[in-house]
Design a protein around this ligand. Structure first.
Ligand SMILES: Cc1cc2nc3c(=O)[nH]c(=O)nc-3n(C[C@H](O)[C@H](O)[C@H](O)COP(=O)(O)O)c2cc1C
Length: 207
């Protein structure tokens, strides 16, 4: 992690795990990918609380291969957003069957972070076991905990390639052997989207 922007380590009192008393099933069914945020910056304590929830996810052999980078610097968020759009214009759009998302990626106004002022990047450090699954489970914990605190989140897969470029790796303080795996924006919601439809579960066998 960058030495200058890092919030203090989680050493304070235990987070208030019953802050809002949201039932786990309510959280699972109520969490949404939110794409409009207020500009307010999340405070250090709340971010620590979310990261603490993340690190309580299960991990293979309990290796806990995750580490975290928090980005709240507006200029850096803007550069990450621009670079993500550029990478998608170069690498992905030419091969996509539809031009529908092109307007997004070509518009200087489009912010891949949807106006959120905090991005939390879950990184995998070297592990004897595949670490990506663990990081994704940590991300889900973080998103459900945020929902429980009345905050909104959105996974931002679009930014992953940019995060792993040397320039941004340096800025985020990622050691050479770490990889950015899962990025999530967190913030105060400005919308309450309806749940997108789910296909019925496809149960291939039950023997
Ligand atoms: C790995 C992953 C990457 C995603 N990347 C993005 C993204 O870059 N931008 C975005 O707006 N939503 C992104 N999403 C959010 C999904 O579009 C969203 O979860 C899905 O439409 C279902 O909506 P729900 O989360 O509200 O249930 C991503 C989700 C996942 C799991």
């Amino acid at each position: 992690m960058s030495s200058t922007k890092r919030p203090p380590a989680i050493l304070g009192p235990k987070p208030n795990r019953k802050a809002c008393g949201v039932d786990v099933m309510d959280a699972i069914y109520g969490r949404r990918a939110v794409r409009a945020y207020d500009d307010w910056k999340l405070d250090v304590r709340t971010i620590e609380q979310l990261i603490d929830a993340a690190i309580h996810a299960p991990s293979a052999r309990n290796e806990q291969p995750w580490s975290f980078a928090v980005v709240q610097d507006k200029a850096l968020l803007r550069r990450l957003s621009e670079r993500s759009k550029a990478l998608w214009r170069e690498r992905v759009l030419p091969g996509t069957p539809t031009d529908e998302p092109r307007a997004w990626f070509e518009s200087p106004a489009h912010d891949v972070f949807h106006g959120a002022s905090t991005l939390i990047v879950i990184c995998a450090r070297p592990s004897a076991w595949p670490a990506n699954e663990d990081c994704c489970l940590a991300a889900q914990n973080l998103m459900l905990a945020a929902h429980g605190l009345g905050l909104a989140t959105c996974p931002i897969g679009l930014v992953r390639a940019a995060l792993n470029e040397p320039e941004f790796r340096r800025e985020l303080g990622l050691p050479d052997d770490h990889a950015a795996v899962f990025a999530v924006v967190v913030g105060y919601p400005r919308e309450a989207p309806e749940p997108p439809p789910r296909r019925p579960a496809c149960i291939l066998s039950w023997r």
